[in-house]
Structures are given as C-alpha cells and as structure tokens.
Design a protein around this ligand. Structure first.
Ligand SMILES: C[S@@+](CC[C@H](N)C(=O)[O-])C[C@H]1O[C@@H](n2cnc3c(N)ncnc32)[C@H](O)[C@@H]1O
Length: 299
C-alpha cells in the first residue's frame, strides 16, 4: 500500500489519552477508515486485545485490513453503518467493551478518489456515497430537488448564507443541461455567490458539498442513533470519544454527552472540545476543524 493511500489520523495522541487503551481490552473503532487510529489502538491493546472496526465503505475496510494484518492481536471488521452499532456488537457476541471511537465524516482516502465525487478539487461524478450499495447520490439531489428544497438543504446542512442564490443558480443551470460532475457543480456555485466571495481561502462550494454529503449519507441521524447507544455498550470505566469536523456534528456530540451526564450514567471528560495544536494543523490541514469530546461510563 503506497503512502498516498494512508489517511493521517487526527488528534491521535489526544484520542489515545482519553481512550486510554490497555493490554487485553476490547475497543470499537466505529469509523475505521484507513485504520490510522486503529493501528495505534491495536498496538496498545496488544496480543490479548480485540479491535472491532466498523466502516460502511467496503473499500476503506480493505485498506484497514491490509494495514492491521501484520499487527498482534485480534481484529474484526464489519461493513455496516455504525447507526446499527448495538446490533453489530450483539451479533459479534463480544459483550461490553472498554472504549468506542467515532472519527466522523470522510477520510483522505475517500476525498482523494476523484471518482467517489466527494472532492471539489478533483473532477468526478456527483456521487458522494460512502456506501456504494445505497441508491441516493448527490447527482439525484442536485438534479431532482426543487429550488425550495435545495435552498433548505444547503441552509440546514451546509449553514451556507448564500443558499437561496446557490439553489437558484443550480436550477437555472440544470434547465440547460443535467449537472453531472463535481467540477460543473463547483463552477455553478462559484458563479452564484457574490463576486467578492468567489476567491476566498475556502472554496465557495465547500458548504454546499458538505450539505449534499450529509444528506446523501444520512450522517446526522446515524451519529445521533449510534451515540445514544454508546453507554449501554460500555463497561463501567469504559470511554467514548467523538471527533467532529463541523458544528452540526459537534452540536450532536455536545448535547448527547451532556444528556449522559444529566442521567448520571457518564461523566464528561472534556469540559471544552479538544482541538489540534498548531503543529498538527500545519502537518495535516484536516485537523484544523477537528473537535474531540469524550465521556466515561461511571455506573
Ligand atoms: C474520518 S474517517 C476515519 C479515519 C480513521 N480514523 C483513520 O485514522 O484512518 C471516517 C470513516 O468513517 C466512515 N463512516 C462515516 N460514517 C459512517 C457510518 N455512519 N457508518 C460506518 N462508517 C462510517 C467513512 O466511510 C470513513 O471511512
């Protein structure tokens, strides 16, 4: 496997600090991706430990398998949506676990594969499915939703202030011809926002791409469902860590962890979200927006 395909794990030291994996433990990496975090966790739980790795993207799981197979210890990989985490764990007959990690969103492996359609920078079809077995694609949304629906989607899931203009621009463009590629869409969005916003550090299509990806993959519902099941799967003293990359995800993590605290089942280990140090952000720009929250089961 070439370096190019490796995803650099974000907040690795911080995740290890809060998960605190010890020899012989069982840890779930609910978003195993390129197994960056998982490889370190496996080294720490050692030969007697078990890592359960979940990903809804089968291609990422193949990369994770390659990376983990030379390490000591047991790993079990599951190609499913983590929203079913409870039934996944029941199905494996693992019993309660010592730690659960959610590193949300998509990996560099997925972004860099232009044909997956996640990236504004590399041309590809308007796909954006993490699990290529599902039906809904970004193309279907972009070409099928009404202007009102598009505007609402871009506003709610992209928190994009120019949602109305962008929706109008998309509808106008698709009247001439179907919008098929990421490059076409990015260009339409750039041309829809006011001139002075076209050349900022962040591409003007970033928030719309985020909105489409969230909707295509039902991302927020999955996080909500899986997180609320987390304490039930943990042993007393077991920990859950969540890394989010935008405010919609972080809001869910913050609210859910607070609910665990209020119900007396967990204590929150992170008063404020933990963010990457400057050095990490310089080495890995993805880390810039990462926020880590963690909780520990106390009953
Ligand atoms: C940010 S990456 C994880 C990277 C990983 N921690 C590493 O160090 O290589 C997120 C991964 O989670 C997967 N994913 C996102 N949402 C998921 C869901 N609801 N169910 C299962 N996998 C999901 C994505 O396919 C992606 O591979």
């Amino acid at each position: 496997m070439g370096e190019r395909f490796l995803h650099k794990p974000v907040l690795l030291q911080e995740v290890i600090h809060f998960l605190n994996p010890a020899p012989g433990e069982t840890i779930i990496d609910a978003t195993i991706g390129g197994a960056g975090h998982a490889a370190k966790i496996m080294q720490m739980i050692g030969a007697a430990g078990t890592l359960i790795g979940i990903d809804r993207d089968s291609e990422s799981l193949n990369i994770a398998r390659e990376r983990l197979k030379s390490l000591e210890g047991t790993f079990k990989l599951v190609n499913r949506n983590f929203k079913d985490i409870k039934s996944i764990v029941q199905g494996l007959g693992t019993g309660k676990v010592d730690g659960i990690l959610f590193d949300l969103g998509i990996s560099s492996i997925q972004i860099e594969a232009g044909e997956r359609g996640f990236s504004i920078k590399s041309a590809g079809p308007l796909d954006m499915r993490m699990d290529r077995g599902t039906q809904l694609t970004a193309g279907k949304l972009v070409n099928g939703l009404s202007e009102f629906e598009l505007s609402g989607l871009i506003k709610d899931f992209g928190e994009e202030r120019f949602h109305k203009r962008i929706a109008k621009g998309i509808v106008r463009a698709r009247e001439e011809k179907e919008i098929r590629t990421t490059a076409q869409l990015a260009e339409i969005i750039s041309a829809s926002v006011p001139h002075k916003f076209r050349w900022q550090r962040i591409h003007p299509a970033t928030r719309t791409f985020q909105a489409l990806r969230i909707r295509v993959n039902g991302e927020l519902e999955a996080i909500e469902e899986a997180l609320k099941d987390a304490p039930e799967l943990l042993k007393k003293g077991g920990r859950v860590c969540v890394i989010s990359f935008h405010s919609l995800e972080d809001r869910i993590a913050k609210t859910t962890l607070r609910e665990f605290k209020v119900s007396g089942v967990c204590r929150v280990l992170t008063k404020k979200p933990v963010m990457a140090e400057e050095k990490e952000v310089l080495e890995n720009p993805r880390a810039r927006s990462a926020k880590l929250r963690a909780a520990e089961r106390i009953t």
